[in-house]
Write a protein that binds this ligand. Structure first.
Ligand SMILES: NC(=O)c1ccc[n+]([C@@H]2O[C@H](COP(=O)([O-])OP(=O)(O)OC[C@H]3O[C@@H](n4cnc5c(N)ncnc54)[C@H](OP(=O)(O)O)[C@@H]3O)[C@@H](O)[C@H]2O)c1
Length: 432
């Protein structure tokens, strides 16, 4: 039996779940994997905080050195979140030759490559399955089961808060503000929900997914970003009538060696598996050249699902511990980032149009200028002097659409309210 000593930073939601799992599954892990995990030390921020009685008897301190400088601790688990302190903890732990497991998406999105290089240099493991889609084993599936495949596209619903808000808006026919309030009351959204509703949290996860899948280090500025704040009941009604659901999708697509990245509200056809993902659940849909379309679905957060991903990292680490070269692969590809001419999609565009003769004709002429054809056009009853007009285009590139938008911005009587893409699969782009 191999014995591993563990130090955990944090005793919040995920760390509590992990400690409970390790206690409950101790004998199971001994029998199945021939390993014994011994929790040597927990380090928290506030020593005065009252802890659950089940944590009585743990060694709890507020001194990071109790873990980092203890040569007997083999594995450090960072579950405090944030960037600065967590980065120092992980760097110092790796420097002293300790393996590290974390669930910290913000940090891994920006520093993952650097930290993985350090881990490789020190012949130790750095694992972070829980950082993307909490309880869904997506990173390990990509690096193990799908390693033989050529992945063409990934589409993820990886932010449970925004998916909950959109689901509530559609199911209960309520406004964005009312759905956000429900999400806050249920503890799914923070007082300042910006990270979730503006796509920032999903972008962190997309950075990690894209690096893992396509071997490309991504900056957040390389991702076309959009959030859900402006979505209205009128949009949901349109979209439902047209046979779609709106989802905040984190997408990475490779077409002709170009990588296109976006986090944006996207129209997903009702028959697509991603359309059925409701409320706080997460899902990642992977299009592989050989495996076809696979969906990974489940809880994207929560005490036990997330802690289980951390525990799975522990087991994986101990299985590989005698082959340190297999820990961190440093996979790199020569993909380049897609340019506006490579970004092809059908769009759902909502306009506010002056209710007077000739304006619709003018609007059509703007699109004709860039050779963009309409697949569907809807004009609503006027409200006051204006009319809501919705256009769905055939696939067109950003390079075609951008000049149209510039012209519209300068024109009188036509205003773009917002624009969402339709989910488009790689083969549709190739044929467009
Ligand atoms: N919650 C989820 O469902 C979920 C899902 C996926 C990923 N994650 C990630 O998992 C990580 C942990 O999340 P969580 O929800 O468990 O957080 P949490 O409930 O807020 O707990 C954070 C813990 O970290 C401790 N802490 C904060 N600053 C510290 C410091 N400087 N030194 C030592 N300890 C410190 C806190 O100590 P005190 O108890 O003393 O305040 C607390 O116990 C984050 O990176 C998060 O993004 C969470």
């Amino acid at each position: 039996m191999k014995n591993y000593r563990i130090g955990i930073f944090g005793l919040g939601t995920v760390a509590s779940g992990l400690i409970k799992i390790l206690k409950k599954e101790k004998i199971n892990y001994q029998n199945r994997f021939n390993v014994n995990f011994e929790l040597s030390q927990v380090v928290v921020h506030d020593l005065q905080k009252k802890r659950a009685p089940e944590f009585d008897g743990l060694n709890i301190s507020d001194d990071p050195a109790k873990i980092i400088e203890d040569p007997a601790i083999d594995i450090v688990i960072e579950l405090i979140g944030g960037k600065t302190v967590a980065k120092n903890i992980i760097e110092e732990s790796l420097q002293t030759g300790k393996h590290v497991i974390t669930a910290n998406k913000d940090l891994i999105a920006s520093e993952g490559r650097k930290l993985s290089r350090l881990a490789k240099e020190k012949h130790v493991g750095l694992f972070y399955e829980a950082a993307v889609a909490g309880g869904i084993p997506i990173l390990r599936s990509l690096s193990n089961s799908l390693a033989s495949d050529e992945i063409e596209q990934i589409n993820g619903i990886v932010n449970g808060t925004s998916n909950f808000i959109l689901s509530q808006m559609r199911q209960n026919k309520i406004s964005y503000a009312a759905a956000l309030k429900t999400a806050q009351e249920k503890g799914f959204a923070e007082a300042d929900p910006s990270n979730d509703v503006d796509g920032i949290d999903a972008a962190y996860k997309l950075q990690i997914l894209a690096d893992f899948t396509f071997g490309k280090q991504i900056n957040q500025r390389d991702i076309q970003m959009g959030g859900i704040r402006t979505i209205t009941q009128a949009d949901l009604q349109d979209v439902t009538d047209l046979g779609y659901e709106i989802k905040l999708l984190a997408s990475a697509t490779v077409i002709s060696n170009k990588l296109e990245l976006s986090v944006a509200p996207t129209l997903v056809p009702k028959g697509h598996p991603l359309a059925s993902v409701q409320n706080e659940n997460n899902a990642v849909f992977v299009n592989g050249r050989y495996s076809g379309g696979l969906m990974f679905y489940g809880p994207g957060a929560g005490e036990f699902p997330t802690a289980n991903s951390v525990a799975a990292d522990l087991i994986e680490l101990t299985k590989k511990i005698d082959q340190p070269e297999s820990f961190n692969t440093n996979f790199s590809s020569d993909l380049t980032l897609a340019k506006p001419k490579d970004r092809i999609a059908s769009r759902y565009i909502v306009f506010n149009v002056a209710n007077r003769p000739g304006v619709m004709h003018k609007l059509s002429a703007f699109f004709l200028m860039s050779d963009i054809n309409f697949r569907n056009i809807r004009q609503y009853d006027p409200v006051g002097d204006n009319t809501r007009v919705v256009i769905i285009t055939y696939p067109a590139s950003d390079a075609q659409l951008n000049p149209v938008k510039t012209t519209i911005r300068k024109a009188r009587g036509v205003e773009i309210i917002h624009e969402f893409k339709l989910l488009i699969e790689p083969k549709e782009v190739t044929n467009a």
